[in-house]
Design a protein. Structure first.
Lengths: 114, 109
């Protein structure tokens, strides 16, 4: 089934630990995105990639890093988790970043940092 | 700064019509999107407006006025399954989406 998958579905992580959230899409979309969603706030962009091999910083990039080695995969790494990174993380993709192309979202990863 | 405003919560009755408003102030404008998000699920695309006017899609319509920085999502013949959050998002001058906090719509029988 075409779409975006994320792993893990949920995770409880001790502060200070390193964690990689995985995201894979099979739609051959050029652009991919990582968002976090917190209660009462809109989705906030962490990092994005307009095409394989390139990445950019979004609104809240501190404490996170990404890589885009190929079209399909866009992992998000928390180098040293802190409690303020407790959130629901959504990966999304779109055919290209511009124009009318909507973003398709993965099911999300619920992360709790203790 | 960039800002998207929408009501936090609205309540409506099954079978009725509801209008969810969104106002925005962004650096540049490259279109406005509406998404639906059921509790515990991912957002899904509903509509896109880039020119002024009304776009109709079945029971859902979306309106845009660029001069007023204003949009609304109109939902007709409400069904219980329409209970969800509705997210307004504007694509800015960098082609990134700026998101509102969402409007939680509660449908009562």
């Amino acid at each position: 089934i075409a779409g975006i998958t994320q792993a893990p579905t949920s995770q409880i992580l001790a502060a200070g630990r390193r964690m990689t959230l995985r995201c894979t899409q099979d739609m051959r979309h050029n652009a991919m995105y990582w968002y976090r969603q917190d209660l009462g706030l809109g989705l906030r962009l962490i990092h994005y990639s307009n095409t394989a091999g390139t990445t950019g910083k979004g609104e809240v990039p501190d404490g996170y890093s990404v890589s885009r080695a190929n079209t399909d995969d866009f992992p998000l790494t928390l180098a040293s988790a802190v409690p303020s990174q407790t959130s629901v993380y959504f990966c999304a993709s779109s055919e290209v970043s511009g124009g009318a192309y909507e973003q398709y979202f993965g099911p999300g990863t619920r992360l709790t940092v203790t | 700064g960039q800002n998207i405003d929408q009501p936090t919560e609205m309540t409506a009755t099954e079978g009725a019509i509801v209008q969810i408003n969104c106002t925005y102030q962004t650096s540049g404008f490259n279109g406005l999107f509406w998404y639906q998000q059921h509790a515990g699920e991912a957002p899904t695309f509903l509509s896109y407006n880039v020119l002024d006017g009304l776009e109709e899609k079945g029971r859902f319509s979306s309106f845009l006025s660029r001069s007023k920085g204003y949009s609304y999502l109109l939902l007709k013949e409400l069904q219980m399954k329409d209970s969800a959050s509705y997210l307004c998002a504007v694509k800015d001058s960098n082609y990134q989406l700026i998101w509102g906090a969402g409007t939680k719509l509660i449908i009562k029988p």
